[in-house]
Design a protein around this ligand. Sequence first.
Ligand SMILES: Cc1ncc(COP(=O)(O)O)c(C=O)c1O
Length: 437
Amino acid sequence: MSMLKRLPLYPMTTKVDSQGHLVVGGCDAIELADEFGTPLYIFDEIGLRNKCREFREEFGKRYPDVLVIYASKAYANAALERIFNEEGLGLDTVSEGELGIAMSANFPMEKVYFHGNNKSQCELELALKWHVGRIVVDNFHELDMLEKLVKKQGIAQDVLLRMTPGVDPHTHQYTSTGTLDSKFGFPLPLKDKAVERALKIRGLNVVGLHFHIGSLIYEAEPYEESVGFILKLAAEMHKKYGLELKELNTGGGFGVQYTLDKPAPPTAFFAEKITSAIIKGCKRHKLQLPKLIVEPGREIVAQSAMALYTIGVIKEIPGVRIYASIDGGMADNIRPALYGAKLEAVLANRMRARDSGKVTISGKFCESGDILIRDIVMPKLVSGDILAVAGAGAYSLPESMNYNAFCKPPIILVKNGKVRMIRRRETLEDITRCDII
Ligand SMILES: Cc1ncc(COP(=O)(O)O)c(C=O)c1O
């Protein structure tokens, strides 16, 4: 009965009821599928809030001054951002759109950090106009633009400088950002020039440094190495140019458990390793402890959501493979097709059914690469079964698309048996709205 073993990968309130149905947030998943249709994304509010608290507590009890900011690229939604604000988190945004969602959620702008490797002038103007807490400057072009903008507007803006530490986080090439050969941040050989230039710009207050080395990181060493690098750099830059490291932002990237065979270290593990590396490094370089900013995205939302699909066509190629096609796939979750992400699933309507053999879960889109899960052991599937995919909360929805004119699915939030829709399903009208005949 391997399906029951997969339950720990699901949102924290997930259970199985006496009918063998999956239940989340006190709601029967099959009733939700009937009411809202599939594909359907379900967020567990208790699980989400619990994750926010865990981050604040684990870092907060080990370090004097910490702000946890949610990296909204993992999934930006105004209703969820209200929850993150209630839980005391800040917000990492990376585009005009993400800033706009934060604004629509009434998120306190002083707790918003604005990132991006190619911010446009419009985006920078908007960030300044809305008084974001920090702009995380990525490159010289951005420094030039900011210099003109703050001068023109006669304002001052707090900024961090994003440095590329030249550290390999041992993750997929597509989720690695901290090596020298990266489009993000000031590269190591240009660190002096970057700090010297930024400090000379009147109206920019350089309050600290930032690094983010990648996503889906399961080891502490890349963080420890990066902290060591950045503190050494800060001490050097203090001596040479008088840089004061008031804030240190160590990015996000914490790995989560998507499959049974790849566990992830708990939040406490990363909190311990990162905070002790900073405390040790500051002592060594005789630096005051800076305010620490951590910006998890995936770990806050990934496991707090599941996606429901209906099984349609089942195609058996004797001696080769069984394909079971679902009513979604790469258009709502491109992660498996993009970088080989592995996922687990269960049958939400028959949780106690016995395993039968391997099956490949394919999507409905016109690409052979549209495979959600290859070779998963499942009970014998029948059309109409409801498949629940775990770990659906991060990067699937924001990377979703309208391929084959697919209408993106609705998102609901469940808690104590109550359901709240936080994004409706797209309609044909949404699909054709921007076309001009
Ligand atoms: C600058 C920055 N911070 C934080 C994150 C969040 O990473 P994760 O969702 O893996 O925690 C990202 C993601 O790419 C990022 O680019």
